[in-house]
Write a protein that binds this ligand. Structure first.
Ligand code: URA
Length: 423
C-alpha cells in the first residue's frame, strides 16, 4: 500500500477502505515509513472532506488498536468515566470522580496536563502536597476496587496514534474538525477500558464549540462512536459562556472543589457536578440519590481516601500565593458576565498554565472572581483577585483582564447549565 494513494482517495472525496485506514494509522503510529507531510496531507483532506459515519468508526478503532486497551473487567464495581471538551475553571472531575466512587462505581479517570489557557486535571491534583499521578496497573485496579476512584496520568501506550496525529493537527490548523476531535477524544477514552462514559460538551465563548449546532453534532458523533465500540455513552451539552465557578488556577480550583465536596461552593459548579454525576450513575446502572450522597459527606470521604492512596496529604493544607492584586470595577452597575477565555489566559500568564508541554506550572497562581453574574457593584470595588508567586506576573495579566467583567444596567438571571442531553 502507498500513502500517496490513500491521500488521493480522500483528496478526491472518496471513502477510505478499512484496509487503507488500518495500514495508514498503524504504519504512521508505529514506523517512520509515512512522512509527517503525508499524514498532514491526509488530515487536511479529512478536515475538508470529512469521514462517513462507518469510516469514522473504523478510523477510531484503528486509533484504539495502535496501542493497549485496558481490561477492567475484573473490577467488582461498574466502571464509568466522564470527559469534558475543556473549559476555563473546569474542576468538575475533582468532584464527580469521588462522588461516583461514593455511589458505588469505579471511575478510572486518566487525564492529561493543561496546555495553553485551559488547565489540566493532573496539574490541579498536583497542587495537593505529596500527591502523585503515577501508578502501576495493579495499584489502579486495587484502588478502583476498594475506593472506587482513580485520577492518574494516561499512559503513553493508550492510543499512541493520537499523540502523533494531535501534534500534527496542532501545527497544521486541522484541530477544529468534528470527526478528528471525536476520534481523538473517543480513542483515548475507549482504550481506557471504561464500560460507560458521560461526555460534557461545552458550548459558548469560552469553549471549543462556539454554537449549539456544532456542539450537538460533536456530541452525537462521540456518542455514536462510543456505542459502536461497546461503551454506553451519553453527552450533556453545557453552557460555557463565563468562568465556571469562581476560580481558575490549580490550588484555587482544588479549594473550590473541596468547598463543593463539603456542602458549599458556587451554584453553577454544584449544578453541573450533580447533572453529570446523575448521568454517570444512570449509565453505570446505579439507583442512587447523587445529591444526597454529596450532601452526606461520603464524596468528601472518597476524595480524601483517593488522595491519601496516591501519597497526598490534605491535612497539610493547600499552597497559597505570595502575592495578590485586585482588579476593580470601572463603573457601577450589575455584573452581566465574566469572560472565561480572558480569565483563562490571565491565569496562564500568572503562572498557572504552560506554553510548552515540558514547562513547570505554579500550583498557587490563578484568578478568583470576587463577584458573580447578577451581583451589584460600585465603581472601584474589587471584582477579581490575581494570585501569583512573583509581582512581575501581574502587569500582563491585568491588561488581559481589563474589561473581562462586563457591567451593565439591570440584574441578570443565571441560565441553566445543561442545554441538552444526547441522545
Ligand atoms: N481534546 C482532544 O483530546 N482531542 C482533540 O482533538 C480536541 C480536544
Amino acid at each position: 500500500m502507498r500513502a500517496h494513494d490513500v491521500i488521493v482517495t480522500k483528496r478526491d472525496g472518496g471513502r477510505l477502505t478499512d484496509e487503507q485506514i488500518d495500514w495508514f494509522i498503524s504504519t504512521y503510529a508505529g514506523t517512520d515509513e509515512i512522512a509527517d507531510e503525508q499524514a498532514a496531507a491526509l488530515i487536511m483532506a479529512i478536515f475538508l472532506n470529512g469521514l462517513e459515519p462507518d469510516e469514522l468508526t473504523h478510523w477510531t478503532g484503528a486509533m484504539i488498536d495502535s496501542g493497549d486497551r485496558l481490561d477492567l473487567s475484573a473490577i467488582s464495581r461498574p466502571t464509568v468515566d466522564k470527559h469534558s471538551t475543556g473549559g476555563v475553571g473546569d474542576k468538575i472531575s475533582l468532584i464527580v470522580v469521588p462522588l461516583l466512587a461514593a455511589c458505588g462505581a469505579a471511575v478510572p479517570q486518566l487525564s492529561g496536563r493543561g496546555l495553553g489557557h485551559t488547565g489540566g486535571t493532573l496539574d490541579k491534583m498536583e497542587a495537593i502536597p505529596g500527591w502523585r499521578s503515577e501508578m502501576s496497573l495493579e495499584q489502579m485496579h486495587q484502588q478502583l476496587d476498594t475506593i472506587g476512584g482513580v485520577i492518574a496520568g494516561a499512559s503513553a501506550s493508550l492510543a499512541p496514534a493520537d499523540r502523533k496525529l494531535y501534534a500534527l493537527r496542532d501545527v497544521t490548523a486541522t484541530v477544529e474538525s468534528i470527526p478528528l476531535i471525536a476520534s481523538s477524544i473517543m480513542s483515548k477514552k475507549i482504550a481506557e477500558g471504561t464500560r460507560a462514559l458521560a461526555l460534557d460538551v461545552k458550548v459558548g465563548s469560552g469553549a471549543f464549540m462556539p454554537d449549539v449546532a456544532s456542539a450537538d453534532e460533536l456530541a452525537r458523533t462521540m456518542v455514536r462512536l462510543g456505542e459502536a465500540h461497546g461503551v454506553s455513552t451519553s453527552a450533556l451539552v453545557t453552557r460555557m459562556d463565563g468562568l465556571l465557578g469562581a476560580t481558575a488556577g490549580n490550588a484555587l480550583e482544588v479549594a473550590e472543589a473541596l468547598d463543593v465536596l463539603t456542602g458549599g461552593g458556587p451554584a453553577d459548579v454544584v449544578e453541573l457536578s450533580i447533572a453529570l454525576a446523575e448521568e454517570m450513575a444512570r449509565l453505570a446502572g446505579l439507583d442512587v440519590d447523587v445529591a444526597a450522597t454529596l450532601a452526606s459527606g461520603a464524596a468528601m470521604d472518597s476524595f480524601a481516601a483517593m488522595v491519601a492512596a496516591q501519597g497526598g496529604d490534605l491535612s497539610a493544607g493547600l499552597p497559597v500565593a505570595a502575592h495578590i492584586r485586585h482588579v476593580t470595577a470601572t463603573e457601577p452597575g450589575f455584573v452581566h458576565g465574566i469572560n472565561a477565555r480572558r480569565v483563562g489566559v490571565a491565569a496562564w500568564l500568572l503562572g498557572a498554565g504552560r506554553a510548552r508541554k515540558e514547562d513547570p506550572v505554579s500550583p498557587t497562581a490563578g484568578v478568583v472572581a470576587l463577584v458573580r453574574p447578577g451581583d451589584e457593584v460600585e465603581a472601584g470595588q474589587p471584582v477579581l483577585a490575581m494570585h501569583a508567586d512573583h509581582e512581575s506576573r501581574f502587569e500582563r495579566a491585568e491588561r488581559e483582564l481589563a474589561g473581562s467583567v462586563t457591567i451593565g444596567a439591570g440584574s441578570v438571571e443565571a441560565a441553566p447549565m445543561v442545554i441538552e442531553t444526547v441522545p
